[in-house]
Write a protein that binds this ligand. Structure first.
Ligand code: GTP
Ligand code: MG
Length: 197
């Protein structure tokens, strides 16, 4: 999709505050610092639109971005960051679960995995939550630029095994640094936007 316009709409902490115009939404989840905000910026070709940081815990609310006046990208807080106080973590996870389970316009959740590591406990839990909620999920292995060719093959295989993926399940290699994966991701996202296909 050609991105003509991409703008920040709002940050919400309660699902009741989400937009009500029914436009399709694509959400991005993954552990803290995995690169959700960076991936969103890469897809939109807008560098600082979603705030990124080397320090985990940067995104702390549900953030809506308008794309071409046609859909929303939804940037979510990361899970699994030890330094966030327990109470805050619980609140985030309640709000995120409510959003992911009950959001009507949500068409696809892009779950990011760090290509360098085997999936964490939090990754397993998130995937399980999404499967139970019957939300379509697309897995992305990000920061792939940090791996050499052998590591890449080995780690992509390890992710599949660890998550017990079906043979036809996709894990899209991605790098916000090089732009690898931007086009393949858009090609998968677009068909989810029009219902009744
Ligand atoms: P939270 O909002 O804290 O949950 O983090 P996030 O998942 O939104 O991560 P963010 O996009 O802020 O990126 C975290 C760090 O990883 C930043 O320093 C990014 O520059 C870096 N990063 C993200 N994606 C990539 C990538 O594909 N390659 C490399 N080399 N670095 C990346
Ligand atoms: Mg973020």
């Amino acid at each position: 999709m050609k991105v003509e316009s991409a703008t920040f709409v709002k940050s919400v902490m309660r699902t009741e505050e989400c937009p009500r115009d029914g436009r399709p939404e694509i959400a991005f989840v993954g552990r803290s610092n995995v690169g959700k905000s960076s991936l969103l910026n890469a897809l939109l070709n807008r560098k600082g639109l979603a705030k990124t940081s080397r320090t985990p815990g940067k995104t702390q609310t549900i953030n809506f971005f308008d794309v071409n006046g046609r859909l929303y990208f939804v940037d979510l807080p990361g899970y699994g960051y030890a330094k966030v106080p327990k109470g805050v973590k619980e609140q985030w996870s309640r709000v995120m679960a409510a959003y992911l389970r009950g959001r009507d316009p949500l068409r696809l959740v892009v779950q990011l995995l760090d290509a360098r590591h085997t999936p964490s406990e939090g990754d397993h839990e998130m995937l399980e939550l999404l499967r139970r909620a019957r939300v379509p999920v697309l897995l992305v292995a990000t920061k792939i630029d940090k791996l050499n060719r052998n590591e890449r093959v080995r780690n992509l295989k390890a992710i599949r095994t660890e998550l017990n993926l079906a043979d036809d399940a996709l894990v899209v290699p991605f790098s916000a640094a090089t732009g690898e994966g931007v086009k393949p991701l858009w090609d998968i996202i677009v068909p989810h936007l029009d219902p009744g296909r």
